[in-house]
Ligand binder design. Structure first.
Ligand SMILES: Nc1ncnc2c1ncn2[C@@H]1O[C@H](COP(=O)(O)OP(=O)(O)OP(=O)(O)O)[C@@H](O)[C@H]1O
Length: 251
């Protein structure tokens, strides 16, 4: 059981954005995806989410080809926290989080929404107009919404997958840690998490596995403790080995 890319190649016009990319997000695991700007991380996440269709290869969710899974079913088992949390609808923060909760009704829904908002430290923002929130506040609301969306699957014992594109990008240190603790708790409770990160230290600290992407291909993939070496980081980001080694020594 897993959410996996199998030999995925994706092109846009003449550009090849992903070349034979394979990796899997297994239940109970947090996979961090790292790599230079433009490496294909967000593209890979969108393919895994079922939002972009590859020209070759396939996405497999718990043994089924994703192309055969209805969008409505997909919405119950995977949630996406995107890179840009902009939303121009005149909704309150509470209403945005509750968008994830449409299968619930009544007091149960309120409890689940409030619990997820508390987990992301945004309960005090519940009545605020979403468009007036700061970037980091919006990001935390989006994570709370995704957690709400996946709650029914958790209760049914179904597999579920949380896909996050740079969820910590706009967050202060306390909330970066909180967001990754929530993602970690989600994995520890049996969900699978994919998290695109630029921070090597946070990736090392919170993930089980690290996938390194470069130029649309998997550069390296392995257990978090073994993947980030001075030589690998140097080659991945095209920086001197002495620099990557001194950076890694600070992690
Ligand atoms: N529709 C498209 N047509 C052509 N090129 C595209 C298209 N969409 C994305 N790209 C290019 O594909 C590459 C991969 O983009 P992607 O957003 O996946 O990178 P990323 O690894 O997430 O980068 P970042 O760290 O900057 O967020 C980039 O060079 C981007 O410019």
């Amino acid at each position: 059981m897993a959410l996996a890319l199998e030999d995925v190649t994706l092109k846009a016009g003449r550009a090849t954005l992903l070349k034979d990319v394979s990796f899997a997000v297994e239940p109970g695991r947090l996979v961090a995806v790292l790599g230079p700007n433009g490496a294909g991380k967000s593209t890979a996440l969108s393919v895994l989410a079922g939002d972009l269709k590859p020209q070759s290869g396939r996405v497999v969710i718990d043994g089924r080809d994703m192309a055969t899974v209805a969008k409505s079913e997909l919405a119950r088992v995977r949630a996406v926290v995107g890179q840009h949390a902009a939303m121009s609808f005149p909704l309150t923060a509470y209403e945005v989080v509750a968008l994830g909760a449409h299968p619930f009704a009544g007091p149960e829904r309120d409890d689940i929404v409030e619990e997820s908002m508390a987990a992301m430290d945004v309960l005090h923002l519940a009545g605020r107009d979403y468009p007036t929130l700061s970037g980091g506040e919006r990001q935390r609301i989006q994570i709370a919404r995704a957690l709400v969306q996946l709650r029914p699957a958790a209760k049914d014992g179904a597999r579920r997958y949380l896909l996050m594109d740079e969820p910590t990008a706009h967050l202060d240190l306390k909330h970066k840690i909180l967001a990754l603790e929530c993602a970690r708790a989600f994995a520890d409770a049996g969900g699978g998490v994919l998290c695109i990160l630029h921070d090597l230290g946070l990736a090392q600290e919170f993930s089980d596995e690290i996938v390194l992407l470069k130029a649309g291909a998997v550069f390296s993939d392995g257990a978090s403790g073994n993947t980030l070496t001075g030589e690998t980081i140097s080659a991945l980001f095209e920086i001197p080995v002495w620099r990557s080694k001194s950076l890694l020594a600070t992690l």
